[in-house]
Design a protein around this ligand. Structure first.
Ligand SMILES: [Zn+2]
Length: 322
């Protein structure tokens, strides 16, 4: 790639903006507009990551690495130079595209009784939680025209995995939740596979920027678990979208001293219990205080609330967690 093209890409993506989109937060201001914060490239306990937004450069005094936004993408996503360029290019175009998709699906949600009935059946009753999570619905067959109107060519929608080869919504008849750089779709039909993501990473912990300041956080597997807990008043809840955490999610839980309450599914085959034990050991080894919740057999937090569990009973489970 030519030097000019690289410079142009870098100009499109200011380093600070890219860092913040990946949950980095400045801890303190330095002279000449520079910032210091925790290093996202290693497990950092005191801020050692220096960012100069004017020059769009970083340097970490902890791990000794530094460079521009491309170098950061290489290290952060653990990819080579050409792959980092591809990721950055996609990132440039993907954020506004996903926003447009989410807006389109949010409008549809309130037009389809089947969608609202499904949410009701999963214990989501409050408009507040629907707004907070920006929940939408893909009835099928509306996205293409909606995005074409906004000027997105069909090829872009297909490449992003939003439209399938026969030009239909990939998320058709799914409740849609926006994630950081991805979308999660839950099928409302038992005939389709229940979970759908776009190709690529599921991102970090769900709405982590809302939660990271709490000294204790509750970690759940699924977004419907998240929704019922948030609705019941537990605001320190986050979700890993499955019981296996990716490297970034794990690092987020370790970034400062906190207590993590793991509330994974107590499913009959024991996989949730197994995953939470394994996670607890790994977190403990990083100095994180971990408690595991004992939900009644066969339950997850969502079904716990659906079967007459309430906030007070869940609070008791938190207090009893070891
Ligand atoms: Zn570092």
């Amino acid at each position: 790639m030519k030097r000019e093209a690289l410079d142009e890409l870098k100009q499109h993506i200011p380093l600070l903006e890219y860092l913040q989109a990946h949950d980095w937060q400045p801890a303190r201001a330095l002279s000449r507009g520079r910032w210091m914060g925790l290093c996202p490239l290693h497990t950092d306990h005191k801020p050692s990551f220096l960012v100069d937004p004017t020059k769009s450069l970083f340097y970490c005094y902890g791990c000794g690495r530094g460079g521009d936004v491309i170098r950061f993408a290489e290290l952060y996503h653990q990819v080579n130079f050409p792959k980092a360029i591809t990721l950055l290019r996609e990132w440039c175009g993907l954020a506004p595209l996903l926003n447009a998709v989410v807006n389109c699906y949010r409008i549809q949600l309130h037009r389809y009784n089947e969608a609202l009935a499904y949410l009701d059946q999963r214990g989501i009753h409050s408009l507040q939680v629907i707004e907070h999570m920006r929940i939408g619905y893909a009835p099928g067959g509306c996205l293409r025209s909606c995005l074409l109107q906004l000027g997105y060519p069909l090829s872009v929608m297909q490449r992003a995995g939003l439209i399938n080869a026969s030009s239909h919504d990939s998320y058709s008849r799914r409740i849609v939740f926006p994630l950081d750089g991805n979308l999660y779709g839950r099928s409302i039909r038992s005939s389709s596979s229940p979970h759908l993501f776009m190709p690529g990473s599921k991102g970090g912990l769900y709405l982590w920027e809302h939660v990271r300041r709490y000294p204790a956080v509750i970690l759940v597997e699924g977004l419907f678990d998240y929704a019922v807990l948030w609705q019941a008043g537990f605001r320190n809840v986050t979700c890993s979208l499955g019981n296996h955490l990716n490297a970034r999610q794990f690092q987020q839980l370790c970034d400062v001293a906190r207590t993590v309450y793991v509330a994974f599914d107590a499913d009959a085959n024991g996989s949730g219990r197994c995953a939470s034990q394994c996670l607890a050991r790994r977190l403990w080894a990083q100095g994180v205080s971990v408690r595991r919740l004992e939900l009644p057999d066969g339950h997850d937090p969502n079904s716990f609330f659906l079967h007459d569990g309430d906030a007070r009973q869940f609070q008791s489970l938190l207090e009893e967690a070891r």
